[in-house]
Design a protein around this ligand. Structure first.
Ligand code: SF4
Length: 311
């Protein structure tokens, strides 16, 4: 996960803060290297409590557990600060994936037939954007790097595309550079300009604009189906960055006013097996907004709170 120099840098910061015991959170994709980092820190007299829970974002800081286990600090790897206040201090160690998208971009340049381009990526690839900007400007493009308070220039989260939405009028397209469809798809759902996805793993450049029609159709189908169903579960997550009690209560009131049965369901992470035995037909998810995309695993209609307004 981290080379020796980086591990030494982490150790230096921990020693400086007189930290003796940490709660270590590592995202799924980096878990393989978690034991190596644990070994290194423990050899240097830092006790490590390694969280075995899946961690998809810095919305999921485990400060209750860290406090309960007597940890001085949470070492959170792979995500940037989500802006949460915690009882135990947090040290964020971002993880940059080395990449040079320029040759790939040069290869696909003809397909990038837009003049004003907003660059978009995730925290792991933010470091590439400056070179991409210079390259595209040298080819006559006008390049925009949107920023919002808590995120870096060009960075998005799966639940936060606000800086891109604010920029939409000024650009002809969004160019997402990274890996995995999750983020570009989420962006395409929220904007009406094309999102082009430069996949640095598969080496493709794909225009996601057609996906928008599919996403909109699915949304209409979900709402139509939910209209005919009676038992609604309103999911609340206890993850500190996903808890949304007021929204859940508002949704419950709305559903009751529509004559539906509505029940608030509380879980750390909502998974299909947690709904077994409950006669829930529709899940309204107030936690991570992207859970809605897992509807096939749940085998149920999943709505986000804004969908309830369309019922
Ligand atoms: S709420 Fe969901 S999309 Fe947002 S950071 Fe957390 S896991 Fe990612």
């Amino acid at each position: 996960m981290f080379d020796r120099k980086r591990k030494k840098g982490i150790l230096r910061k921990l020693k400086k803060g007189r930290v003796k015991k940490i709660f270590l959170q590592v995202p799924e994709g980096l878990k393989r290297g978690a034991l190596d980092l644990t070994d290194f820190l423990e050899k240097n007299n830092i006790d490590v409590m390694l969280s075995a829970e899946p961690c998809f974002g810095a919305c999921d800081l485990r400060d209750k557990e860290a406090k309960m286990l007597g940890c001085d600090l949470i070492l959170h790897v792979g995500h940037s600060d989500f802006g949460l206040k915690t009882k135990v201090p947090v040290m964020y160690e971002e993880y940059e994936i080395p990449c040079d998208p320029i040759p790939l971009l040069e290869w696909h340049l003809k397909k990038l037939d837009y003049e004003r381009i907003s660059l978009v990526t995730t925290i792991q690839f933010v470091h590439c954007l400056e070179n991409v900007r210079k390259f595209l400007e040298s080819r006559g493009k006008r390049v925009y790097l949107a920023s919002s308070g808590r995120l870096k220039e060009g960075q998005v989260l799966g639940c936060d595309y606000s800086s891109m939405i604010a920029l939409e009028e000024k650009v002809d397209c969004f160019l997402f550079i990274g890996s995995g469809r999750f983020h570009p798809l989420g962006l395409q759902e929220r904007v009406n300009k094309p999102v082009l996805f430069l996949d640095i793993e598969k080496k493709n450049l794909t225009n996601f604009f057609r996906e928008k029609i599919r996403i909109e159709t699915l949304k209409v189908m979900r709402v139509q189906k939910a209209r005919d169903l009676q038992n609604f579960g309103i999911g609340i997550s206890t993850k500190p960055g996903q808890i949304n009690l007021k929204t859940a209560e508002r949704v419950k009131e709305k559903l009751k006013s529509l004559g539906k049965n509505a029940y608030i369901l509380v879980a750390d992470q909502l998974t299909p097996e947690k709904l077994i035995g409950l006669k829930i037909e529709v899940l309204v998810n107030t936690a991570c907004p992207r859970i809605r995309e897992d509807f096939e695993q749940f085998g149920k209609v999943i709505l986000n709170p804004e969908d309830v307004e369309l019922l």
